[in-house]
Ligand binder design. Structure first.
Ligand code: NAP
Length: 295
């Protein structure tokens, strides 16, 4: 159950800043947190939301990197709570200056999903220009950034998507697009250096067969998988949004070579509608967003 209500203004503790929120994201993990099923978040009642953008309103003790008036984006804390509000406290270690090219709404749509794609490609797979990468679920929130980051880094991108998303991922820069419902990509795709998995299950199992010896499959979907091959590596991790990772991503956004993927946008006090969209109510492709204050 979600209630929209007035609460006391939060105060930034040591290492935190108070942000006057411009926009906040809504994500699948928010539904788990709302239901009290998250392993990393406190039980309800709580203030939902983690991705945000806004303006620093006050800084806590020990914070020297930010000052009042700075435009920032990032996430609130490692419990993934507190952002769906007019004011939110955020750890100074998990925010960064907002990319200049992005609006507040666009910036708030970025942090967790883009950092996830970034870590998959460049920290776990160590993807390099000229390599071939196949991205499972390339039209999703994480996948769409994986396609763009990989393309921008000079990789050859093969995207595996549903039929409805073929043209979309082509527009993001995929060199080859495989419709998972039509072609068996295990036959259609050439061998690859890297598999980026945002889908899991049987799709992931088949993708192992595409890896060159020495290649790697990186998944963010579930830990419960075992590589069927001994000549390739596999990895699973939980994304960690940090100032350094956001700064690296901001540079790419400010180059104009990667674009944010904002989906449906609703005002903060219609947050219930946003959660209905998460549960399957009609909505635009891209990140579901809450508009909170002036951009
Ligand atoms: N470990 C971590 O730290 C971490 C961080 C972020 C996300 N995640 C997880 O990563 C997954 C992806 O997240 P997301 O935000 O990108 O979700 P998303 O926006 O729903 O994207 C998933 C995409 O995969 C598509 N898809 C589903 N099955 C497919 C198949 N068999 N073949 C091709 N495409 C398929 C979906 O299409 P339809 O929408 O049409 O079904 C959708 O476009 C989720 O399970 C999420 O919980 C984990």
């Amino acid at each position: 159950m979600i209630e929209v209500e007035d609460i006391a203004l939060p105060r930034p503790a040591t290492g935190e800043v108070l942000v006057r929120v411009s926009a906040a994201g809504v994500a699948p993990w928010d539904a788990l947190i709302r239901e009290g099923k998250s392993k990393v978040s406190p039980p309800p009642p709580l203030t939902l939301g983690s991705d945000l953008s806004g303006v620093v309103e006050a800084v806590g003790a020990g914070v020297s990197r930010f000052k009042n008036g700075d435009e920032v984006y990032g996430v609130t804390n490692s419990q993934f709570v507190g952002a769906n509000a007019q004011f939110a406290v955020a750890s100074a270690e998990m925010i960064a200056p907002k990319p200049q090219r992005l609006s507040g709404l666009e910036a708030a749509s970025v942090p967790v999903v883009a950092v996830t794609a970034w870590q998959m490609l460049f920290e776990h797979a160590h993807a390099q220009a000229g390599q071939r990468v196949i991205i499972l679920g390339a039209a999703g929130n994480v996948g769409a950034y994986a396609v763009q980051f990989a393309k921008n880094a000079g990789l050859n991108v093969i995207a595996v998507v549903r039929s409805k998303d073929v043209e979309y991922v082509r527009s993001l820069g995929a060199t080859e697009v495989i419709d998972e419902g039509v072609a068996d990509f295990a036959d259609a795709a050439p061998s690859v250096d890297v598999v980026i998995d945002t889908v899991g299950g049987e799709t992931r199992e088949r993708a192992f067969g595409l890896l060159k010896p020495g290649g790697i499959l990186v998944s963010v979907v579930s830990t419960e998988f075992v590589s069927p091959r001994s000549d390739v590596r596999s990895a699973f991790f939980y994304a960690a949004v940090t100032t350094a990772r956001l700064n690296a991503i901001s540079e790419v956004f400010d180059s104009g070579k990667v674009t944010p993927q904002v989906g449906s946008v609703v005002p903060l006090d219609e947050v219930r509608t946003a959660h209905e969209m998460l549960a399957g109510a009609p909505h635009r492709r891209g990140k579901i967003m809450l508009e909170v204050g002036p951009a």
